[in-house]
Design a protein around this ligand. Structure first.
Ligand SMILES: [Zn+2]
Length: 287
């Protein structure tokens, strides 16, 4: 290859690289660079399901309720966060055959003919097993969507304790997660109360979502749920740490104590009641 040809190849590659990085920068500013494009045709906010479990009786029956469940979850998510969407039609639910058994629901923004959509995927397996509260799970995903709609690209920069903590709190999933954490801790031989207190020398709880949610539960218990909504509104122009300290008038050390108090209240609901004196004294007689 001659040197002039070399030069034009280098210039062409350079131009492509400049164009691509320019486009990436442009898309990164909007936060939409990762949106896939999908053809969607939802009916009453629900995409028709044609997956492997479509002939299962339980799934077929529950599919009929999905649209009403979506309506209720959307109302709950808006009420809890104080964020109202001008485009409820852009929150679309679909049932999907996940390859992993552990996923109950997930969501992601996609692009469709009618514009940007938050596509919430509900596991067909969960629809069949009826083990998980799908309305709560849907509310959780809708909270992500409402906050993304309000905060735009800034939402992605928020730490997990804010994004997931708020979604778990607003989706009323604290008890469900605490019960799971309780049995996991028991299996490992740990005391969940001690893990939640973050006592030194103990491993971390291993559920950041729950820890974040307990902080917001504490704020709601002691300052009212409106304080959490005020915090959410402040995220547009304040860091989460600044916003939470300002909204509650508490230092981070005090907020940590507030989270621990909330954890203890939740634990009381999760654990079986302590045995009465009679049961302790005479328990062996009932063996
Ligand atoms: Zn989430």
């Amino acid at each position: 290859m001659r040197s002039s040809e070399n030069l034009s190849v280098i210039v062409a590659v350079g131009l492509v690289l400049i164009f691509c990085s320019g486009m990436n920068l442009l898309l990164a500013r909007t936060g939409r660079e990762g949106y896939p494009v999908l053809a969607l045709s939802p009916r009453a906010g629900v995409e028709p399901y044609g997956g492997n479990l479509r002939f299962n009786e339980v799934v077929a029956h529950r599919l009929l309720d999905l649209s009403i469940m979506r309506e209720r979850a959307l109302a709950r998510a808006q009420l809890m966060t104080g964020l109202r969407t001008p485009h409820p039609e852009r929150y679309v639910v679909r049932v999907r055959d996940f390859s992993s058994d552990e996923v109950g629901a997930s969501s992601r923004p996609v692009r469709s003919e009618s514009g940007d959509v938050l596509l919430i995927s509900v596991a067909s397996r969960q629809l069949k097993l009826e083990q998980m509260d799908l309305e709560d799970a849907m509310t959780h995903e809708l909270v992500h969507g409402l906050m993304r709609e309000r905060l735009g690209a800034r939402y992605r920069e928020l730490p997990d304790w804010v994004r997931e903590g708020l979604a778990v709190w607003a989706g009323s999933q604290i008890l469900e997660r605490a019960r799971f954490a309780q049995s996991a801790a028991e299996e490992e031989g740990f005391d969940l109360a001690a893990l939640l207190d973050e006592q030194p020398l103990l491993p971390s709880l291993g559920d950041d979502y729950l820890e974040g949610a307990l902080l917001f539960q504490g704020v709601a218990d002691e300052f009212g749920s409106e304080a959490v909504r005020f915090f959410i509104r402040s995220l547009g122009d304040e860091s989460p740490e600044e916003a939470l300290s300002r909204v509650t008038g508490r230092s981070w050390l005090e907020l940590e104590q507030l989270r621990i108090r909330a954890a203890r209240r939740v634990l009381q609901q999760v654990r079986p009641p302590a045995p009465t004196v009679d049961e302790v004294l005479f328990g062996q007689n009932f063996l």
